[in-house]
Write a protein that binds this ligand. Structure first.
Ligand code: CP
Ligand code: NVA
Length: 306
């Protein structure tokens, strides 16, 4: 693994190794206190963040390294400086780059033109760090991944795409319920279908949330308007009527089915407050596991071999 840009690029064995390492890092963090001693990570944020920023920064510190927070106000990127120059310059200073950007092409270009590992901290297309932490959380809860079903209800966005890849790689069935006009990217669905065929799992697309949720071990949702889509929020609220995850949707899930959300959540829009804060909700376990899962990615990519 040279970079962590999409779970589509991570093979099933490497994924299991990452999840095992994430569990180890969670159980015995001090064992890794010097794993990245003297190493530094540049963190480019062209969009807002609470979880990603804090978990990467604290994670680097806990591993003995350091992290630099570079917001759009601080860097010359997209103020005229090409991504390729930013990648080449940062590669001369730091041991890794984590980037949260709009265009997915930007993380591809950072990886292409830089000489250090690049981690995708969210693009308009994908959010693999969140999906990795989610797999860790699901495995903790159910003791396995293979054979489980995840139902994603809402916008066919970066979270939907990364969860679709995560499920296909982990041997889980995936169902997505989205309204017409807000379905997932066709090319990414085709890519994930290849992964799913290899793993022998199902990918279902529907416009019926209740059909998607049927028998699901995990019911997952995300905001209807992602970062960068603020002006569409009102139109989206109308388009997504009937897509709120509420008790009626959760009633279709498996008896031990849980509710998940990458956060930030809008209670009363994509999820009811009762479900979001209810007994079946494991949203804060997910948020915690961002720290452990990303430390596993950092140790794997930035750590000295052997
Ligand atoms: N889930 C997630 O990535 O949260 P932030 O936007 O707060 O980083
Ligand atoms: N789909 C959301 C995820 C936030 C973590 C967004 O891109 O804003």
């Amino acid at each position: 693994m040279d970079h962590f840009l999409s779970l589509h690029d991570v093979d099933a064995d490497a994924l299991t190794r990452l999840l095992d390492l994430a569990d180890q890092l969670k159980r015995a963090p001090r064992t890794f206190a010097r794993a990245l001693e003297g190493k530094s990570l540049a963190m480019i944020f062209l969009k807002a963040s609470t979880r990603t920023r804090v978990s990467f920064e604290v994670g680097m510190w806990q591993l003995g390294g350091t992290a630099l927070f570079l917001s759009s106000r601080d860097v010359q990127l997209h103020r005229g400086e090409p991504v390729s120059d930013t990648a080449k310059v940062l590669s001369r200073y730091v041991d890794g780059i984590m980037a949260r950007v709009f265009a997915h092409q930007d993380v591809l270009d950072l990886a292409r033109f830089g000489t250090v590992p690049v981690i995708n901290g969210l693009t308009d297309l994908l959010h693999p760090c969140q999906a990795l932490a989610d797999l860790q959380t699901i495995r903790e809860r159910f003791g396995r991944l293979r054979g489980l079903k995840l139902a994603y209800i809402g916008d066919g966005n970066n979270m939907a795409h990364s969860l679709m890849f995560a499920c296909a790689k982990a041997g889980m069935d995936f169902a997505c319920a989205a309204p017409e006009g807000y379905t997932m990217d066709r090319q990414l669905v085709a890519d994930a279908r290849q992964d799913a065929a290899r793993a022998g799992t199902q990918i279902l697309e529907t416009s019926d949330p209740l059909e998607a949720a049927e028998g699901a071990h995990v019911v997952y949702t995300d905001v209807w308007a992602s970062m960068g889509q603020e002006e569409e929020a009102e139109a989206r609220r109308k388009a997504f009527v009937g897509f709120e995850v509420d008790d009626r949707v959760m009633a279709r899930a498996a008896g031990d089915g849980v509710f998940m959300h990458c956060l930030p959540a809008h209670r009363g829009e994509e999820v009811s407050a009762a479900v979001c804060d209810g007994e079946r909700s494991i949203i804060f376990d997910q948020a915690e596991n961002r720290l452990h899962a990303q430390k596993a990615v950092l140790v794997t990519l930035l750590g000295d071999p052997g």
